[in-house]
Design a protein around this ligand. Structure first.
Ligand SMILES: [Zn+2]
Length: 227
């Protein structure tokens, strides 16, 4: 296995996919993750239980989606992953079907400003227009809504988050789900208030100044400037 192309990245992809299931951000084999190395992308395969994956199964594709290694076919959502790399300079992508984010997508067009943690996404997270899973149209809708952000919600579908590392993209997926749960919890009890837009902007600046790396993507793996 020592000579396997991008073995460490393949292992990280399997670990992250398993964690996504254990943390209930997806059910079964839904959702997918990928990480970029140079001109190659390591991505979860289509339709195989994550706990049955071997390193050699994991597909490696180029930036146009052509498979260059791996025993299994890449996820059907590969167009979304490639759009995040091509259009937004992402280094890693996590796509979930998490419950609260998907539920919120049925009610509003963006994540209400319930908490400063939204600043880690570059501002208020948008809900992308619906399109059928696996299509170029879904990738285009996702990419448009991701502009200037590190996360997006896909209407009637789930979430997509990006990061400088797989760990960072994963953390954002978990944080986004939590933010949506906070709003839905408040919404069940009354009419939630939102933080002013100027305060979110102030927090965006504070997050951006914390662990900033060239190109605008934060290198830090932890939670943010405060916690
Ligand atoms: Zn999906």
């Amino acid at each position: 296995m020592a000579d396997l192309l991008l073995a460490d990245a393949r292992a990280a992809v399997i670990r992250t996919a398993l964690r996504m299931t254990a943390d209930r951000l997806v059910v079964g084999t839904s959702g997918n993750v990928s990480v970029r190395h140079g001109d190659l992308v390591v991505v979860t395969p289509s339709g195989v239980d994550y706990d049955r994956l071997d390193l050699a199964d994991i597909p490696v594709v180029d930036l146009s989606g052509v498979v260059v290694d791996g025993m299994l076919a890449p996820t059907s959502e590969l167009p979304m992953h490639l759009a995040a790399y091509r259009d937004h300079g992402a280094a890693a992508v996590v796509h979930t079907h998490s419950v609260h984010a998907t539920a919120l997508s049925l009610l509003v067009d963006e994540v209400p400003a319930v908490h400063y943690q939204l600043a880690d996404f570059g501002g208020v997270v948008r809900v992308a227009d619906y399109a059928t899973f696996g299509t170029d149209e879904l990738a285009a809708n996702m990419s448009a809504a991701l502009a200037g952000r590190t996360g997006v919600i896909l209407r009637h579908h789930g979430t997509l988050t990006t990061g400088a590392t797989l760990a960072k993209a994963y953390n954002r997926a978990a944080q986004l789900e939590w933010l949506c749960q906070v709003w839905l919890t408040a919404r069940a009890a009354g009419e939630p208030r939102s933080l002013p837009a100027a305060e979110i902007e102030r927090c965006v600046t504070a997050f951006a100044n914390y662990g900033q790396e060239p190109g605008g993507t934060r290198a830090s793996e932890d939670q943010g400037p405060c916690c």
